[in-house]
Design a protein around this ligand. Structure first.
Ligand SMILES: Cc1cc2nc3c(=O)[nH]c(=O)nc-3n(C[C@H](O)[C@H](O)[C@H](O)COP(=O)(O)OP(=O)(O)OC[C@H]3O[C@@H](n4cnc5c(N)ncnc54)[C@H](O)[C@@H]3O)c2cc1C
Length: 389
């Protein structure tokens, strides 16, 4: 039986997978290149089947206790006057700060975690995978899972360079810490100029607030790991803007050592597995922050992958094929982000006026409630031989 499983990435997908693999009797090891769980990010939504996944992990009450209590999105003009509000509250969904969710997942995961390290090489044969690390000595594993985000290292090593899989969605975005007094409590406030959005995310239950930037652009050449480059790019995009709170928010972003900047991109792959290696979360199917579904897809995907491995007694070929088939429909649906992007960043002044009218309609509030749900499979917890029901 394939028992020893290496997971690259200790975030939402990787920690959830390690938790469920351990409960099914596998021996997961996680390698994370950061020295500790990464705490950054805005609120993320736990909704749909992800609610049941976290309930079965025993953390749903704590997620609810830490919920952000954000009421919705508010669009403002240059004077700060609200021109439209969309109430996004949904009783079937809980929003939590990404860092709080990662900390909770870390707490309930019983697995060896190698912080401050990364996989250098993978060599597969009929019986397993020899893995070399940047720091730790080389080791054998039965299976390897890439849960290391949109710029996945494992995907690059076991499949192809990321250019083959990442579809650029014409925008870049950034999040950074900022002064909470700049935003209205419980609202994500957004200000637009054509092709640009500056915003502030302020939760009801947290003192802190996040500056939020998005801008439309042709593809830019830069090193996605270089924070100095990120600063330069958002300065170039927003440095000439002085309306609303843009200057103060930009100053805060440039001063934040944990500024998070990336291309709005999606990962598209025909198959998420190659032999003994598979992918989960953003590494496999990143739908982008504009989907609002990254955490949901990661939590449910990791649960299903662990469950299918248990149901197949560790048989990776059967398990990976079932996991792939079970995931595709929801991933395909969540990757349709066009309407969300047009809502947040209208391309033109005319588009913004139309958006403001549409945002006042009650229709948008009911769209979430129309989503179809499929039942979440139960997998018996019988020490490695879980049964599917
Ligand atoms: C710091 C941070 C802030 C974020 N903020 C937001 C946000 O505000 N809103 C939003 O919608 N989404 C945000 N995201 C993305 C969001 O977490 C994901 O879309 C989603 O939750 C799926 O999570 P994931 O576990 O698949 O990937 P991610 O959360 O991206 O996690 C990938 C993990 O892999 C690790 N990793 C990367 N490369 C390597 C390597 N070579 N070796 C080992 N480990 C590696 C990373 O450090 C990270 O811990 C953020 C991600 C990060 C890392």
């Amino acid at each position: 039986m394939n028992k020893r499983i290496l997971i690259s990435g200790a975030s939402i997908a990787g920690l959830t997978l390690a938790h469920w693999l351990a409960r099914h009797g596998f021996e997961p090891t996680v390698v994370e290149h950061a020295p500790a769980p990464r705490s950054g990010g805005n609120g993320v939504d736990v909704r749909g089947n992800a609610i049941e996944v976290t309930e079965r992990m025993g953390i749903l009450p704590r997620i609810r206790a830490l919920a952000t209590d954000v009421h919705g999105m508010k669009f403002v003009d240059a004077t700060g006057r609200a021109v439209a509000r969309i109430d996004t509250r949904d009783p079937a969904s809980v929003e939590i700060m990404r860092g709080d969710l990662v900390a909770l997942l870390h707490e309930v995961t019983d697995a060896e975690i190698l912080f401050g390290d990364s996989v250098l090489g993978l060599e597969q044969d009929d019986d397993g995978v020899t893995v070399t690390f940047e720091h730790a000595p080389a080791r054998r594993f039965d299976l390897v899972v890439g849960a290391d985000g949109m710029h996945s290292n494992i995907r690059r090593l076991a499949f192809d360079p990321e250019e083959r899989f990442i579809r650029f969605k014409d925008h870049y975005f950034a999040f950074a810490d900022t002064d909470a007094s700049l935003g209205e409590n419980r609202w994500v406030t957004m200000f637009n100029t054509p092709g640009k959005m500056t915003g502030i995310y302020r939760s009801g239950n947290h003192a802190q607030a996040k500056a939020y930037f998005m801008f439309r652009s042709a593809p830019l050449r830069y090193d996605h790991r270089d924070v100095a480059e990120h600063r330069r790019l958002i300065s170039e995009a927003f440095g000439g803007e002085s309306s609303w709170r843009t200057r103060e928010l930009l100053d805060a972003a440039l001063a934040d050592p944990d500024l998070y900047f990336d291309a709005l991109g999606q990962v598209r792959m025909d198959s998420w597995s190659n032999g003994r290696v598979t992918l989960v979360g953003d590494a496999a199917w990143c739908a982008s922050p504009a989907s609002g579904a990254g955490a949901e897809l990661a939590l449910v995907g990791a649960y299903l992958l662990a469950g299918e491995l248990a149901a197949a007694d560790g048989g990776h070929r059967v398990a990976f094929a079932r996991y792939d088939a079970a995931r595709r429909p929801l991933v395909d649906a969540k990757q349709r982000i066009g309407p969300n992007v047009r809502l947040m960043v209208p391309k033109t002044e005319g588009g913004r006026c139309v958006r403001d009218v549409v945002a006042r309609l009650p229709l948008l509030r009911t769209l979430g409630a129309m989503e179809r749900r499929t039942p979440l499979p139960e997998y018996g917890l019988s020490g490695g031989g879980g049964r599917r029901s």
